[in-house]
Design a protein around this ligand. Structure first.
Ligand SMILES: Cc1ncc(COP(=O)(O)O)c(C=O)c1O
Length: 367
């Protein structure tokens, strides 16, 4: 048994290395029978939008796409002009991991990282940017939107108060507010605050609500709190080739995902496993966490020899961008910086195998 534990593959690479939750698959299986109209004109899509309306406690316009990149960049295209910039965290997905899709979809608007090595964006970053950057228009790019990730690029969670302060300042300078919610469920589950408090009540205009990392196969919803965006979003989605003819595929996934708080159950599990993983890792004196673990991602500095032995024991995780290390945390000689991600599918055996590979006792079982 012990040998099996050692050789078990342990997946902390990404929360999109998972399959889908059983409930989501069951919803898809149910939606499989019969004929429906296409392109979102079907009852599954209408039920999904009704469920999202209920979750956010207000009328919203919702369009569905299959990838987070499409969701983020189509949403941003509705908020900015081609000559504008999109202010974001220096590690933002739209800045580092979406190629030039933001520029492509927006017609040229430029994502601009303004946080340096700080974990979260604050009003001070915005003020410093406004104070130090040229406003000689049309020569300089004009800031058109603020894009925030919730949970954040470094696994942190913004409170409604933090979001409110950011959006108030941004709005006073004429910026629209976009939220990259690829891990929004993790933020809701972690904070215990309502989806409404974490979005439109805190000034968010459009949310890219991600299902894919947390139990769906491929389902992302662009949730518009500002009215009047849906029509152009519809044209943009079609033009970009992201309008699915079998719209029920998205509708069914969201119906299964949102029913009875399933999305939050899945996210709470991922968060709890991350907290346990963090407790296990930090039991070793040679491991340092770069940021507190607030959702389902861990960023840690470890001896390279330990990283190599963890990988040899079957653990999978990524080396992470060294320039995202907090300024107070220097990487020593022979150390690596890594990211570990838990998910709804991380089970106790994953943590046991990881603890064994670290030479530690397994954490107590979750349930
Ligand atoms: C913060 C963030 N936003 C968006 C995405 C979605 O990207 P994709 O286009 O790969 O679905 C990811 C996935 O890695 C992410 O981590």
């Amino acid at each position: 048994v012990r040998r099996l534990c050692y050789t078990r593959r342990v997946h902390f690479g990404s929360d999109n290395h998972t399959g889908a939750s059983e409930r989501v698959l069951n919803a898809l299986a149910t939606a499989n029978s019969g004929h429906t109209h296409g392109y979102g004109d079907d009852d599954w899509t209408r039920r999904a939008t009704a469920a999202i309306t209920e979750v956010f406690e207000r009328e919203v316009d919702v369009l569905y796409v299959a990838t987070g990149t499409a969701s983020n960049t189509l949403a941003l295209a509705c908020l900015v002009q081609p000559w504008e910039s999109i202010l974001c965290h220096s590690q933002a997905h739209i800045l580092l991991d979406e190629s030039t899709a933001p520029e492509h979809q927006t017609g040229g608007a430029r994502p601009t990282g303004i946080s340096g090595r700080d974990g979260k964006l604050t009003p001070a970053h915005l003020s410093a940017y406004f104070a130090s950057t040229g406003a000689d228009y049309p020569h300089n790019p004009r800031p058109g939107a603020l894009s925030l990730a919730q949970s954040s690029e470094l696994g942190l969670v913004y409170s409604p108060e933090e979001l409110g302060a950011l959006s108030e300042l941004a709005r006073s300078r004429g910026l629209a507010i976009h939220m990259d919610g690829a891990r929004f469920a993790n933020a809701v589950a972690a904070s215990g605050r309502s989806p409404a408090d974490l979005t439109w009540r805190a000034g968010v205009d459009v949310l890219s609500l991600g299902g894919t990392k947390n139990g769906c196969l491929a389902a992302e919803a662009i949730v518009c709190f500002r009215s009047g965006l849906a029509e152009q979003l519809g044209f943009r989605r079609k033009r970009a080739g992201h309008l699915l003819s079998k719209g029920r595929l998205f509708g069914a996934q969201f119906v299964g995902w949102l029913a009875e708080g399933h999305w939050l159950t899945l996210a709470a599990h991922a968060n709890a496993q991350a907290a346990r993983l963090a407790a296990t890792l930090t039991a070793r004196p040679d491991v340092r966490l770069a940021w507190p673990v607030q959702a389902n991602e861990l960023f840690a500095v470890l001896p390279s020899s330990l990283v190599a032995s963890l990988r040899a024991a079957g653990a999978e995780f990524y080396d992470w961008y060294k320039d995202s290390l907090p300024s107070g945390l220097a990487l020593g000689e022979g150390e690596c910086f890594i990211r570990l991600v838990t998910s709804f599918a991380t089970d106790d055996r994953d943590l046991e195998a990881f603890a064994a590979a670290l030479g530690l006792a397994a954490p107590a079982a979750l349930s």
